[in-house]
Write a protein that binds this ligand. Structure first.
Ligand code: PMP
Length: 354
């Protein structure tokens, strides 16, 4: 080993879901939205003059921050934006989790949390979800250096009630509690109304799922002005110009179109509920999902086998080879036609293999 090896930061990185190059796949593996972004987004991009790219963007992305604040009835100084919620969450870990006590997050959850914790040398503990894959609020009442969980949880889709979230908040006034609401627009109840009452609460959301803009990379955090101020201090100590000019303009157009947003969320929820019924009839079980995916296992056919068969049929879903969840498939909700083709394939497969 070379001497310099000792001084290198070694990490085991997060593995993003696959973005295959093949055409004509039914892509149900990374929880993207099957519908295009709001029509105003295309107009903004088409009319964007490349001449503007000579100039640095507004480091505060004020136009986008203001549009998000307006949409949620918040003040501008209660909103922080970043390059996808991954960027926002990483900034939150760096800013808020600096205790020697371990932070807490569920054993089965978004698999980036332990990566950031390792990267930033933050100790952590992972209370186990119960047998039905639900978070037990009592587990978050032990001594800790901060708390983070997604609501709905990923990859399970199970939702935590506002009452349970409030119990966690009341029990933890001395640490920061982050609720990662990447999937909240598909049926859960947001913790946003709680930020005025709990100065230790940070709610993080994204444009990647319910606003169909995973490729644009926009995420945001909402919290008290004090916490947003601390986040900005860390951001400006790292990279001032995170949001580019096109993104700021396109994101602003997206958030202003409330009607389109509500319509696409409604369609996805409808397709999800249809898919749940069909999967149940085929012998699958799953936590009741409030997200744009279903975390399903079949009563007889092992998940790796189904994963492979689906892939060969051009349908890609996500499989996690991890303890407790290695017999599940996470299936993103696509268009009604895509879900019909998934169900038709599964029907045939179950018939031939049981
Ligand atoms: N939180 C959760 C729970 C997620 O599943 C994802 C998507 N991988 C993210 C955050 C990050 O999404 P993005 O960076 O696209 O906003």
């Amino acid at each position: 080993m070379k001497k310099w090896e000792e001084n290198i930061r070694k990490v085991i990185p997060y593995t993003p879901g696959e973005q295959p190059k093949l055409q004509n796949l039914i892509k149900l593996n990374t929880n993207e939205n099957p519908y295009p972004p709001a029509p105003g987004v295309a107009s903004v991009i088409q009319s964007f003059s490349s001449d503007y790219l000579r100039l640095y963007p507004d480091p505060a992305a004020s136009e986008l921050v203001h549009a998000i604040a307006q949409n949620y009835g918040l003040a501008d100084d209660q909103v922080f934006v970043g390059v996808g919620s991954d960027d926002v969450l990483a900034m939150c870990f760096l800013t808020f989790f600096n205790s020697r006590k371990p932070i807490l997050f569920p054993d089965i959850t978004y698999s980036f949390y332990d990566v950031w914790a390792d990267l930033f040398r933050i100790p952590f503990r992972t209370p186990a979800l119960d047998d039905s894959f639900c978070i037990c609020p009592e587990d978050y009442m032990q001594e800790n250096g901060g708390i983070i969980f997604p609501n709905p949880n990923a990859p399970t889709g199970a939702v935590l009630s506002p009452d349970a979230i409030e119990r966690i908040l009341s029990a933890n006034p001395d640490v920061i509690v982050i609720v990662d609401e990447a999937y909240i627009d598909f049926g859960g109840e947001s913790a946003l109304p709680l930020i005025d009452r709990y100065d230790n609460l940070v709610v993080v959301q994204t444009f990647s799922k319910s606003r169909s803009m995973a490729g644009m990379r926009i995420g945001f955090a909402c919290a008290s002005p004090t916490l947003i101020h601390y986040l900005n201090d860390v951001k400006y100590s790292y990279n001032s110009y995170t949001m580019n000019r096109v993104t700021i303009a396109a994101g602003t157009a997206a958030i202003k179109d409330k009607a389109y947003f509500e319509e696409t969320c409604r369609k996805i929820i409808e397709t999800r509920e249809w898919t749940k019924k069909e999967l149940s009839a085929l012998g699958f079980s799953f936590p009741d999902s409030c997200a744009n995916f279903i975390f399903a296992q079949h009563k007889k056919i092992p998940a790796p086998e189904l994963f492979k068969a689906l892939r060969e049929a051009g349908i890609i879903v996500r499989y996690f080879n991890k303890p407790r969840i290695d017999n599940h498939l996470r299936i993103t909700i696509g268009t009604p036609d895509e879900m019909r083709r998934l169900i038709d394939f599964l029907k045939q497969y179950c018939q031939n293999h049981l």
